[in-house]
Design a binder for this molecule. Structure first.
Ligand SMILES: NC(=O)c1ccc[n+]([C@@H]2O[C@H](COP(=O)([O-])OP(=O)(O)OC[C@H]3O[C@@H](n4cnc5c(N)ncnc54)[C@H](OP(=O)(O)O)[C@@H]3O)[C@@H](O)[C@H]2O)c1
Length: 253
């Protein structure tokens, strides 16, 4: 315990739940997102347990955000033990209506931002001789989902990047982890300007996912399906035609 943990997308949902969970256990947390009021609310829950916790208001989709935030956190704490790349936007729109600009924005926030944060933190972590990078992808990073071409593209990219980065750093002191959530009950499902997601089934609480992510920081694993939906990804890989027909049957098309 007593680590310094920088979490992007900590103003709501899984990121906020993770920050509260880790702070309650004694870790110092750094909260990153755009909504200052929401970050301040999460920070107020964390500082009674972890007084050196801090927040940085930033749009992670902007090119200079990662270096600015990582440098500030590193200077304030003297190091970052864990970077959690969790911020993301959904971008739910069928390919017949999505624009290239929308896809680029989803890629910037969901993929290029984790890349930039990792590349900002990695040299510092390597020089210090320790560090963990945890990337939050999605089951949509293993499966194509109707109406979510932009989101799936960004999350597939994040899975591929994370697996390859983990191999590059296999013999280094840096640990790399990939989280693949299933359906979680957060605001991501109800964003304005989004068309409705195809999925309408059960969702697990963000607090349960946060608890499993916190536990994952203490073991040697690389990949974590939370909740455990790995069987769906395995089935799709084995029989993509049946998977695709099943997906279309599910949404009634
Ligand atoms: N909920 C699910 O069912 C589910 C399933 C699979 C994967 N995931 C993944 O879990 C992660 C957390 O999502 P969530 O479900 O907790 O959704 P959420 O409640 O909407 O949280 C998303 C977080 O990302 C932040 N964010 C979005 N765009 C940002 C930007 N440009 N710059 C900085 N921060 C930004 C949001 O803060 P601001 O709006 O304040 O910036 C918020 O804190 C995401 O990577 C998501 O893809 C979720």
């Amino acid at each position: 315990m007593g680590r310094t943990i920088l979490i992007t997308g900590a103003s709501s949902g899984i990121g906020a739940a993770l920050a509260r969970h880790l702070a309650a256990a004694g870790d110092t947390v750094g909260l990153v997102a755009r909504r200052e009021d929401r970050l301040a609310g999460v920070l107020a829950d964390c500082t009674p347990h972890a007084p050196d916790s801090a927040m940085w208001v930033a749009d992670v989709g902007e090119a200079d955000a990662a270096e600015r935030v990582v440098a500030a956190a590193w200077a304030q704490w003297g190091g970052i033990d864990v970077l959690v790349n969790n911020a993301a936007i959904p971008g739910v729109r069928p390919v017949t209506r999505v624009t290239a600009a929308e896809v680029e924005r989803v890629m910037d926030v969901n993929f290029h931002a984790p890349v930039r944060f990792a590349l900002a933190a990695l040299p510092r972590m390597l020089e210090r001789g320790s560090g963990t990078i945890m990337n939050v992808s999605s089951l949509g990073g293993r499966l194509g989902i109707p109406r979510e071409s932009a989101y799936c593209a960004s999350k597939f990219a994040l899975c591929g990047w994370t697996e390859a980065v983990a191999l590059d750093l296999w013999n280094s002191p840096i640990r790399v982890k990939l989280v693949i959530p299933g359906a979680v009950d957060t605001e991501i499902w109800d964003k304005p300007d989004e068309e409705g997601a195809a999925y309408d089934g059960p969702k697990v609480p963000a607090e349960d996912v946060a608890a499993e992510m916190a536990a994952a920081l203490d073991d040697d694993g690389v990949e974590y399906y939370i909740p455990d939906m790995k069987g769906v990804a395995v089935f799709k890989t084995q029989d993509i035609a049946t998977y695709m027909q099943g997906s279309m049957d599910l949404i009634g098309s």
